[in-house]
Ligand binder design. Sequence first.
Ligand code: NAD
Length: 503
Amino acid sequence: MLITDPQATASTGNQSGARAKEIHNFINGEYVPGQRWFEKRSPLNNAVIAKVAEAGRAEVDAAVAAAQAALKGAWGRMSLAQRVEVLYAVADGINRRFDDFLAAEVEDTGKPMSLARHVDIPRGAANFKIFADVVKNVPTEFFEMPTPDGVGAINYAMRRPVGVVGVICPWNLPLLLMTWKVGPALACGNTVVVKPSEETPQTAALLGEVMNAAGVPRGVYNVVHGFGPNSTGEFLTTHRGINAITFTGETRTGAAIMKAAADGARPVSLEMGGKNAAIVFADCDFDAAIEGTLRSCFANCGQVCLGTERVYVERPIFDRFVSALKKGAEGMQLGRPEDPATGMGPLISQEHRDKVLSYYKKAVEAGATVVAGGGVPDMPDALKGGAWVQPTIWTGLGDDSVIAREEIFGPCVLVMPFDSEEEVIRRANDNDYGLATAIWTTNLSRAHRVAGAIEVGIAWVNSWFLRDLRTPFGGAKQSGIGREGGVHSLEFYTELKNVCIKL
Ligand code: NAD
C-alpha cells in the first residue's frame, strides 16, 4: 500500500524505509510539506508511526487560493452530469484502494479491522455516490404568479455552490465523517479545504491520490494538517476566503468555530458532542436490547458521537439487565486490530485516556458501584504503552452526577432504574445535549410517543446506528446546529437563488 510502501516517496509525500513515514499536506493536487512536523503515535503502543507536516498560514493561504481558483476553473465549468461521473469515480477509487484505506485508518486509530472494514471505509466510498445521486435527482421549485397587467410572472429556484468550504474533522471515524461533508460539498459544486484531526491524518491525505486518479481538477480537494487553536484549524476557520464552515467535534470547539465564523457572517454546520440515553422498557426484546446496548456503549471503544453513556432501565428488569450487560462487557476481547477475535481497540491517544480515566476516578469518588471494568486492562508487553481502558459499567449514581451529565467519549456507561414513561422522558431530556437516543420496547404506541417526546436529532427504536444516508442527521440543543444528509445537505452546501421573470 502506498502510504507504507518504502518505495513510495513521490505522490503521497510519504517516505518510509529508514526514515519515519511522512504525511504531507495536499494542496492544488500536490503533496507539500508544512512549516514544521508533528508526531503521530500509535494508539496500540504509543510508538511513533509518522511525522506529519503542520500547515502554517502560508499553506492554508495556498490551499484556499487553490480552492478559489478551482471554482472559477475546470471544476466550476463542469456540468452536473460530469461532476456526478467524477464523484462516482472517486467512490470507485476508494473501493479500488480499499485495503490501503483500511490499513491507514486502522494504523491511525487502532480500531478493530472488522469494524473499519464494515463501517468506516465502505461508508467513505458511499458518501460520494449517495450525494452525487441526491444532487442529480433533486428538483427545485417553480411558481407562476399573476401581475396587475394580467400577463403574469414566473419564479424558479436554482441552486449554486456556496464557494470554498472549510471542513474540520474529528478522529473517531476519520474517513467516514470527512467524506460525509466532502461528498455533498463537491456534489453541489463547491471546493473544499479539509483539516483532518491531528490524531488521524492518513486517510484524508490518501484520498488526494484517489482524487487525482479520478480526474478531480487541481484545487478542488485540499488537505491541511495541524492542530486547532493557534494552528491550522484556527488559520482555516478565520480565513476570509472560506465561505462556509462545516465541523464535527466537541461542543466547546464548535462554539469557538462559530465565533470565528461570525467574522464575515459565514454559515456554519456543527455536529457536536452528546450524552446519549438508551431507554429500555420492561417489555423490550431483552436479548436484542442487550446486544444493541453493548454495541452502542462499547463500539469503537465508546468513541462514537451517537454512542450511549446513560442507560435508563425499567425497574422490573433492572438487575437482570445490569448483569447481562456486565457479562457482555467482561466478555469483550481487547487486542490488536487484525485479530478477528478483537471486539475493542484502544482509545485514540494517551491524552484522551487520561481524560477518560479521570472520569473513572470521579465516578468512584461520587460513590458509584463499579459493576464492570473501571481501570486499565493488563495487556501483553508489546501493547502495554497503548491507550487501553476497560469497558466499564457503573450503577448507583443519579442524573445530577458529573458521570450522567458530561460527555466522556469512552467505553463506559451509567445504568439507572426508572419507574414510568413520563419520568424517563423527563430525565432523558434533562441534559444539555440532544444528539441521539435508542428506545427499546415492543409496545408500538409507546415507541412512537417516546420517540416524539425525546429532545434529540436522531431517535432509534429497537436499533442503534442504523443509518439511511438520505435521512437528516444532526443534533438538538448543544449537540449541533443544522442537519446534513440527503437533501438536507443541500441547504448548507448551496445557495438557493430565486429567479423572477415578468412575462
Ligand atoms: P475536537 O473538537 O477536539 O476536534 C475536532 C477538530 O477540530 C480537530 O480537527 C481539531 O484539530 C479541530 N479544532 C480544535 N480546536 C479548534 C479551533 N479552535 N479552531 C478550529 N479547529 C479546531 O473533537 P475530537 O476530540 O476530535 O472529536 C471528539 C468529539 O467529536 C466528541 O465530542 C464527539 O461527540 C464529537 N463528534 C460529534 C459527531 C456528530 O456527528 N455530532 C460525530 C463525531 C464526533
